[in-house]
Design a binder for this molecule. Sequence first.
Ligand code: PEP
Ligand code: MN
Length: 340
Amino acid sequence: MIIALKPGVSREDIIKLTSDLENLGVKVDSSQGASQIVLGLVGDTTVINDEALRANHLVERVIRVQEPYKRANRAFHPMDTVLEFKSGDKTAKVGGGSFAVIAGPCSVESREQLVSVAEAVKKSGAAFLRGGAFKPRTSPYSFQGMGCEGIDLLVEAKKATGLPIVTELMEISQLELFEDVDMIQVGARNMQNFNLLKELGRSKKPILLKRGMASTMTELLMAAEYVMAGGNSRIVLCERGIRGFDNFTRNILDLAIVPALKKKTHLPVIVDPSHATGLSWMVPAMSKAAIASGADGIIVEVHNDPEHALCDGEQSLTPEKFENLMGVLRKYAEIEGKTI
Ligand code: PEP
Ligand code: MN
């Protein structure tokens, strides 16, 4: 971090500011420019409050050289993080050369629906089963999910198929119900629910953290940093589309964030082509594009009867379409040197 001081700052003020900064654990080097002093800070500057510095009457400019996130930063952790999920004699992985396919309905609607979709996606080669039990819906009059009963059905489907399960947690009081859930999803609407992120930092469960619909890459990484700062570094990041001006698709799939994230962080990155496009016919193209962009997997909605789905039918693949997609994805994965 570089701090340019205002011209004419007194020696006493510089000594005081330097010692305040050094008390935060960083080393401060000062150099005299033509008309002003410039301070160079070396060390862990994540603890420094930029805003307070900018408001300081001695300071003209503050330039951050390093990102404000440390634990999620590839610079401090060059090796890829790989998450492993043991289920029976199988181990599903996210990151590290595997392309993880997470598939299932938007919402758990009934035992028949979930069992039928779970068996179908398993047969086609999905590594994880998804399904929402607690649903964040725009309208309070829409189906809100089956709640605890939905979690029970997911656990049943996990026992029947051996697939690890991924489902969304909307508030921390629900955590006790997630004991048998393998990966907890934090949805786009909760990406900056900092109290929730802090609590999940204390939990031992892997977290699927979806990008907020108007969040920058740094905000997504800072959200991951919240969880990691609490002690939980088993996080998967997910690009699920952001808001744009064109409503032809439900959201705008920002695939360019995938290589950018892979450069900035060691955490695995997956893509959600279903919520990104909102249209099932676009899901195969965007799934292939996700592999090509370097993603570590996808999370896709599949429904046995999309026309009658209680949530997100328009973007849900039928089991047959999903089966076809998996055939194509295997070839794409091979080109990228990944295994499905
Ligand atoms: C979902 O995965 O069903 C979901 C609600 O996703 P998002 O938070 O990305 O909208
Ligand atoms: Mn959905």
